[in-house]
Design a binder for this molecule. Structure first.
Ligand code: 5GP
Ligand code: MG
Length: 184
């Protein structure tokens, strides 16, 4: 199978360097994560908080694999800095309307790179006094120097490349690809 060629319509003719995680691999791993998460929360409410936009496809697949009661809400964060995607300050553009205090919160993120976004969000969320706070990241590059909270659930260890697809973008493109590919 040559997903690179298959996808040319979806990418507007732009060639990606290669598929890193294909649809079947993602499906299997997401199902396994769903089982892990179901088992990890034996009691209490569970609020799954998706960090937009990058987590939108992962989150929607993941929650359908979690076999326990849960609620879903979202966070929208914006980072400002030196114009690089992973730098600078992180500010919340949308704050969950749901009550966070006293609840089990599972923060769902697309990819952990420098860890700056996560650290800021962990700070923000801990200040709301949840009953517990854990992170589920689809991808983890393992390059972050200091994470306040290491993701408890990780889909895949990611190569040190710029990845797109399955929610991840480059200039807002490629989010809709059903697989994860390396840009170049
Ligand atoms: P961090 O704060 O951990 O450096 O950056 C996390 C954010 O940067 C992710 O949520 C994502 O938006 C973006 N990012 C980091 N690495 C990649 C990558 O390989 N591909 C894409 N599309 N976004 C990335
Ligand atoms: Mg992004």
């Amino acid at each position: 199978m040559l997903p690179m060629i298959e996808s040319l319509k979806q990418t507007g003719g732009r060639k990606l360097a290669g598929v890193v995680f294909d649809e079947a691999k993602i499906r299997d791993r997401v199902a396994a994560l769903g089982r892990e998460i179901s088992a990890a929360y034996p009691d209490g409410d569970l609020l799954v908080l998706g960090l937009l936009k990058g987590s939108f496809i992962f989150l929607s697949d993941l929650v359908r694999r979690i076999e326990r009661p849960l609620q879903v809400d979202f966070l929208v964060a914006a980072s400002y800095g030196l114009g690089t995607e992973s730098g600078g300050e992180v500010r919340l553009l949308y704050d969950p309307e749901t009550q966070l205090a006293g609840r089990h919160i599972l923060l769902v993120e697309d990819i952990v790179d420098t860890g700056r976004t996560l650290n800021r969000l962990v700070d923000l969320l801990r200040a709301r006094r949840p009953r517990s706070l854990e992170i589920c990241a689809l991808l983890h590059k393992h390059v972050a120097e200091r994470l306040l909270l290491e993701p408890r659930f990780v889909g895949f260890d990611a190569p040190p490349e710029f990845l797109v697809g399955y929610g991840l973008d480059h200039g807002e493109n490629f989010r809709h690809l059903p697989y994860i590919a390396s840009l170049r």
